[in-house]
Design a protein around this ligand. Structure first.
Ligand SMILES: *[C@@H]1O[C@H](CO)[C@@H](O)[C@H](O)[C@H]1NC(C)=O
Ligand SMILES: *[C@@H]1O[C@H](CO)[C@@H](O)[C@H](O)[C@H]1NC(C)=O
Ligand SMILES: *[C@@H]1O[C@H](CO)[C@@H](O)[C@H](O)[C@H]1NC(C)=O
Ligand SMILES: *[C@@H]1O[C@H](CO)[C@@H](O)[C@H](O)[C@H]1NC(C)=O
Ligand SMILES: *[C@@H]1O[C@H](CO)[C@@H](O)[C@H](O)[C@H]1NC(C)=O
Length: 737
């Protein structure tokens, strides 16, 4: 009996062994877990299913094993549910079955991993702003729910399938969560993702009125139009060159034009502040700050007795209407009884009067300034300017009177210009009478009314400040003779006293500046307009002026007048290098001052009256004035220190091919003198002929003329001839011993 039992056990063992050995032949038992996940979470529901793959289902009983321990013993149900997973449920599972024939077989093993954490959904937005992706980490088998809210709309579930990826066309705050299983097991909600959507729709800005040029103060309406935006309530925002408006529900924006620049708008649905249409292209607004002035022109009319007036506004943009006025009153518009209104801003009128117009446009109307008036039928009144006298002494005043004939109520404007100052309005009140003490060319005009109506401008009156002219008996001093100065003033008879001065160089100024020293016996003025100086041997400058009245009113000082001496003087002398009177125009010449001064100024006088200094035509280095290229001229040169004038020299520049070589300084009687001749080409001369006072004085083989001892009779004009050319002539001065 006992042995039989052992045998039976053995047999059973063998059968089990057999079934194990033949597992490859018969079908394997399979344990499946539904749902199949890589990771399970606490609280999830899970179903084990055991399939013997052999015989009918009712033939078997099933048991479930975890980690080698049976936790659910044989029972007829091949499935086993875990309705709430715990962390401890992780492990290796297997099931075994036995059938009526005590046949037993066990399944494969399946590992279950239960995560300690609650799963969380992760929401990611795709690279395009409209694709959202939801996922639950490291696990699978999820379906998804989607939620949207905005700052004003409470969260709701979007019915958009259960995929892990959706496309949204609305902005908003999105979240998702996963769910799986039956009943649904939910993951935690994802973090919220704010989706801002740039809508591909376009907005455009339109302008009304559509004038290209606006003027400050005009009213303008811009409209923000969403293209194809029907059926959606939009709100709008504006960007100006300086700021940005808040969001508003209306697409028209009416404002007063003041700033030029780009204006753009953008738009978004009123219920969705997360969706946005991009800024429109900017509408460029050009706003002019100044008021335009209307222009009024008169043309001949084809109809006898009428004229055509045309009003215009110089503006690139359009939309102007014109308003017409007659008379001083600018409040009453012309009526159709008074004018025939033509097209293009033109009217035809037959009544005399002062006409004006102005332009206007828009609603409310923006007006330009009034045009200048046009007078029809009556001539424009002319202003007349009269002056008490046209010459005035220094410090004296002259009265100018302006008037507009045969009418009253005028105010006056005054104008002055000179040869160097362009005309300007001289503000001197608005009276018809002013007093002026400045020289210049004066004119005036009258105006009255508001807006001002102007008369024609008056005649011009030239007011000159009296300046006498000083004349001297001769330019070059000759020994023993006196110098006679005469001072010439306009209206000589008018009781002038004359004042006589010596010019003293003032070197603190770069050029032509002298101070004046009264000559002896002249301090009370002379009644005579001439003055004689005896014994003047040195170069000097003189000036005069006249005065009269009590207290004295003087004329300007005259221009200085010079008298020159060629005599060298140790206290102030001028030497010339090369030492000759005549020079070719290409020659450079040095003028050197010497004497009792460290500072010199080199003056030049080009007859009859051009006084200039080295700084005008040369460069001063120390006490030498260098002239790069001497001009074609005939000028006198001298040196000036703060107290003295030097000898003066004649220097002439010539375009000729031949010049005479003669000394610049006077030759002393008894001294020898050599005259020569020079070609511009520097070629040596073979034969030269010399003339004195146009008389041939030397005609032989010599190229120079040598006078061993000069006498007064040698004074005169000299020239030379050679190679068929002739030099200009120059004066030779001979001075007594
Ligand atoms: C100038 O006049 C005053 C008085 O009027 C007189 O005292 C003075 O001597 C006069 N001078 C000359 C230089 O005539
Ligand atoms: C300069 O030339 C003039 C004639 O043009 C003459 O009278 C005068 O004496 C000359 N001066 C000198 C210094 O030669
Ligand atoms: C000025 O003269 C000095 C001495 O003759 C010379 O050395 C110098 O180079 C000159 N200067 C100019 C600018 O010519
Ligand atoms: C100079 O003398 C020569 C010969 O004596 C003569 O031929 C010539 O004509 C003279 N020249 C002038 C300008 O008189
Ligand atoms: C040359 O002419 C000048 C002025 O015309 C005169 O002063 C001089 O005496 C004359 N000389 C001769 C030698 O004729």
């Amino acid at each position: 009996m006992r042995m039989g039992h052992t045998l039976l056990w053995k047999l059973e063992f063998i059968l089990v062994l057999y079934s194990l050995l033949h597992s490859g032949l018969t079908q394997d038992a399979v344990l499946t877990i539904r749902p199949k996940r890589s990771t399970y979470f606490i609280g999830e529901v899970l179903t084990f299913h055991c399939d013997m793959n052999e015989g009918r289902r009712g033939d078997w009983e099933y048991k479930f094993i975890k980690d080698g321990q049976t936790f659910h013993d044989y029972y007829t149900n091949p499935t086993f549910n875990l309705n709430h997973l715990y962390k401890e449920d992780r492990g290796v599972y297997q099931c075994c079955g036995r059938n009526k024939g005590s046949n037993t077989k066990c399944s494969n093993t399946v590992s279950i991993h239960v995560s300690a954490d609650k799963p969380k959904s992760k929401l990611t937005a795709g690279t395009t702003t409209v694709t959202l992706r939801c996922s639950v980490d490291q696990s699978d088998g999820w379906k998804y729910e989607w939620f949207r809210r905005t700052s004003t709309i409470a969260e709701y579930r979007i019915n958009d399938g259960e995929n892990g990826e959706i496309r949204v066309s609305q902005g908003g705050i999105y979240s998702c969560r996963g769910f799986r299983g039956e009943p649904a097991f939910y993951s935690d909600k994802s973090d919220e993702v704010t989706i801002k959507i740039t809508l591909s729709t376009k907005v455009i800005v339109t302008q009304k009125p559509s004038w290209s040029q606006m003027f400050m103060g005009e009213t303008i309406t811009l409209t923000c139009e969403v293209q194809g935006g029907e059926g959606v309530q939009w709100e709008y925002q504006w960007r100006t060159p300086q700021s940005q408006t808040s969001w508003r529900n209306y697409k028209d924006w009416t404002f007063t034009a003041s700033i030029s620049g780009g204006y753009s708008c953008r738009s978004r649905p009123q219920d969705d502040s997360y969706s946005l249409i991009k800024w429109s292209e900017a509408l460029r607004l050009s706003v002019l700050a100044h008021k335009l002035k209307a222009e009024l022109k008169m043309t001949k009319s084809p109809v006898e007795g009428t004229v055509t007036l045309k009003c215009s506004v110089k503006s690139s943009s359009s939309g102007w209407r014109f308003f017409w006025f007659r008379g001083e009153k600018s409040s009453k518009l012309l009526t159709t009884q008074e004018a025939v209104f033509l097209s293009n801003g033109q009217i035809s009128v037959s009544q005399e009067g002062v006409y004006r117009c102005r332009g206007g446009r828009g609603e409310p109307v923006y007006h330009t300034e009034f045009s200048d008036p046009v007078i029809i039928g009556v001539e424009k009144p002319k202003a007349k300017l009269t002056a008490g006298t046209t010459t005035v002494s220094v410090g004296d005043e002259v009265t100018l009177i302006c008037s507009v004939e045969k009418s009253d109520g005028w105010k006056y404007e005054w104008f002055r210009r000179t040869s160097t100052i362009s005309e300007y309005r001289k503000y001197d009140g608005e009276n018809g009478e002013i007093r002026v003490s400045e020289g210049g060319i004066y004119s005036c005009r009258g105006f009255r009314g508001k807006p001002a109506f102007y008369s024609d401008t008056s005649n011009e009156v030239t007011i000159t400040i009296t300046q006498p002219v000083l004349r001297v008996s001769g330019w070059w001093l000759s020994p023993g003779s006196s110098v006679t100065l005469s001072c010439e003033v306009e209206h000589e008879s008018a009781g002038w006293s004359f004042y006589w001065y010596k010019a003293v160089p003032d070197l603190s100024h770069k050029s032509a500046s002298y101070s004046y020293e009264l000559l002896p016996a002249s301090s009370n003025g002379t009644a005579d307009n001439s003055y004689i100086i005896h014994g003047q041997t040195h170069t000097a400058g003189y000036v005069c002026r006249a005065g009269r009245g009590e207290p004295h009113v003087y004329t300007l000082y005259s221009q200085p007048h010079f008298v020159w001496s060629g005599d060298l003087h140790p206290s102030a002398s001028l030497s010339v290098s090369p030492d000759r009177v005549q020079h070719f125009t290409s020659d450079s010449v040095s003028l050197t001052c010497e004497g009792n001064s460290a500072e010199w100024r080199v003056g030049s006088f080009l007859l009859p009256d051009l006084l200039s200094f080295c700084s005008d035509w040369g460069t001063m280095n120390g006490s030498t004035c260098h002239v790069q290229k001497i001009q074609s001229s005939n000028a006198v040169f001298w040196c000036e220190s703060g107290s003295a004038f030097s000898n003066a020299v004649n220097i002439t520049g010539h375009n000729d091919d031949l010049i005479l070589l003669s000394p610049v300084h006077p030759v002393t009687e008894g001294h020898s003198l050599t005259l020569g001749c020079k070609l511009r080409t520097e070629n040596l001369l073979s034969k030269v002929v010399f003339y004195q006072n146009d008389t041939l004085i030397q005609n032989d083989s010599r190229v120079e003329m040598i006078i061993p001892a000069v006498s007064k009779s040698h004074e005169g004009f000299y020239k030379c001839q050679s190679s068929g050319k002739e030099s200009p002539q120059s004066w030779l001065t001979v001075k007594c011993q």
